[in-house]
Design a protein around this ligand. Structure first.
Ligand SMILES: Nc1nc2c(ncn2[C@@H]2O[C@H](COP(=O)(O)OP(=O)(O)OP(=O)(O)O)[C@@H](O)[C@H]2O)c(=O)[nH]1
Ligand SMILES: [Mg+2]
Length: 478
């Protein structure tokens, strides 16, 4: 997989050029029983190791690159045949890591795979660290850091939109945007450096208006990426939505209808739900953690219900979005008004449930009571209005219509965002300094700060600690 070259920036950091690694190996498929399981070996001795442990069916076979071979794995120590396998040798650089790679497709028994891995280690491979294959791909310059991070996002994507965003980043979407800004900054840097080298000609060489305009374009591009990071967070990590309301308004019924399963107990007895129930849901491509809660009301000191209500209130405080459920079959109650007041700092979707037995003037009553908030009318029991409710949730959270598709653009993550914000402030300092007529040497400092921060995103200047943190998030074998 992923043996194709991905678009890459020209200059490699020095550490990439001097990178030498041992041959590493790991089980690349998840633990458990599967039809097949894959062991991946990467490094200069990958082929030598394969030759030591693999007995091809066709004895005269040549180990041609990227060709699948059939045979058996045999332990050179015990001479025991371990499994019937397919094996492929892929010669560098057209591989995932850009080193020589061997993949052995064995039967998907975890014990059998462990035994083969032990034999591979006996033949000279080191056990790979989590993410070490991808880290080597990065160090060897096949992927930049944003693309390596895209691999994690691809593996962890919760929805189709999240997956498409990861693929876009893996194809170099974010890399291209950042590299474009770096290229502009390098052009500005060239002008500043000439001005530093020829101070007498400073006035003619430094056309402040042109430089200011160029840097303003950089600042605008950075701003757009910072905004896109906020979209990316919603799209990749999702948000939490808590269903809140008086007892018996149909909160658990709504949870069950959204999940399309009988998850929570539903009864006509007010106070049925005592504990909170959390489930994951895909709402128009956004990952949502949805939480059903105990109905909130003034109780007469019923201990268990009181604990449940306390939990409901703390979930209300933590959640990103509140789905406030009202019972449209009866007039608005004092507790409804109280709950709306409690949700005033939250993103709010007001839902009138029980439309099938609802009062005809209920929406008018809501309109008068809460003129600022639109009400979505549903019947959780009869499964009506649910599409409209999902749309209301989507637009409230994203501020966009349901055709919103940010996954096709570059979506920086929080790490990138922090560097973009620093770059933006360096760009602003540069513009300010130009206006006040500061010397080219000082302008060069702001410029270098901007370049270094962008270099951190791509991985040109990223420290070992940050790299360890990023690749530590991977699983072993990736
Ligand atoms: N007619 C009608 N009844 C509904 C609807 N939604 C829920 N109900 C009924 O209302 C009653 C309470 O439903 P639940 O889903 O348990 O309500 P809840 O808000 O979770 O209640 P608590 O857990 O006690 O706070 C049950 O009898 C449901 O069948 C609806 O859309 N229409
Ligand atoms: Mg309930």
């Amino acid at each position: 997989m992923f043996t194709d070259e991905v678009r890459h920036s020209p200059p490699l950091p020095t550490k990439m050029a001097i990178h030498l690694e041992p041959t590493i190996a790991a089980i690349a498929t998840p633990p458990g029983v599967g039809g097949i399981g894959i062991i991946r070996i990467s490094g200069p001795n990958a082929l030598a190791i394969l030759k030591k442990i693999f007995i091809p069916k066709n004895k005269s076979v040549v180990f041609t690159s990227h060709r699948l071979l059939y045979g058996w794995i045999k332990s050179p120590v015990t001479n025991q045949f371990l499994d019937e396998v397919l094996a492929v040798y892929m010669r560098a650089p057209h591989t995932y890591t850009r080193d020589d790679v061997v993949e052995i497709q064995a039967h998907g028994s975890f014990v059998a795979l462990q035994q083969i891995l032990t034999v591979v280690q006996d033949a000279g491979a080191h056990l790979a660290e989590p993410g070490e294959f991808t880290k080597n791909a990065f160090l060897n310059g096949r992927l930049d850091l944003t693309q390596a991070e895209a691999v994690i996002e691809l593996l962890q994507a919760k929805t189709g939109k999240g997956l498409r965003a990861a693929v876009n980043q893996l194809q170099g979407g974010l890399h291209g945007e950042v590299q474009g800004i770096i290229d502009t900054l390098l052009k500005i840097k060239a002008v500043i450096e000439v001005a530093i080298d020829f101070p007498d000609d400073e006035i003619e060489l430094l056309n402040a208006d042109v430089l200011r305009e160029q840097m303003q374009q950089v600042a605008d591009a950075l701003n757009n990426l910072i905004l896109a990071a906020d979209h990316g967070r919603i799209l990749k990590e999702g948000f939490s939505a808590v269903i809140i309301g008086r007892p018996n308004v149909g909160k658990s019924s709504l949870l069950n209808t959204l999940l399309r399963e009988d998850r929570a107990i539903v009864t006509p007895i007010p106070g049925t739900t005592r504990d909170t129930i959390e489930e994951c849901l895909d709402i128009n491509g956004l990952p949502v953690k949805i939480i059903d809660t105990a109905g909130i009301r003034d109780t007469e000191g019923e201990e268990i219900e009181d604990i449940g209500i306390k939990r409901s209130k703390s979930k209300l405080a933590e959640a990103d979005l509140v789905l406030l459920l009202l019972d449209s079959s009866m007039p608005l109650q004092k507790d409804d008004f109280k709950l709306i007041a409690d949700s005033k700092d939250k993103m709010l979707v007001l839902v009138a449930n029980k439309a099938d037995i609802g009062r005809t003037d209920f929406t008018d009553e809501c309109g008068e009571a809460f003129p600022e908030t639109k009400v979505t009318v549903i019947s959780a029991k009869n499964d009506t209005g649910i599409t409209q409710l999902k749309e209301a949730i989507f637009t409230t959270v994203t501020g966009q219509g349901t055709d919103w598709a940010p996954e096709h653009a570059a979506l920086p993550n929080l790490r990138h965002r922090a560097s973009l914000v620093k770059t933006h402030s360096a760009a602003q300092c540069f513009i300010k300094s130009l206006t006040t007529g500061i010397s080219p040497d000082l302008l060069a400092i702001d410029l270098q700060a901007a370049l270094d921060n962008l270099g951190d995103i791509i991985g040109y200047t990223t420290t070992e600690d940050v790299l360890d943190q990023i690749f530590g998030q991977f699983c072993i074998g990736k």
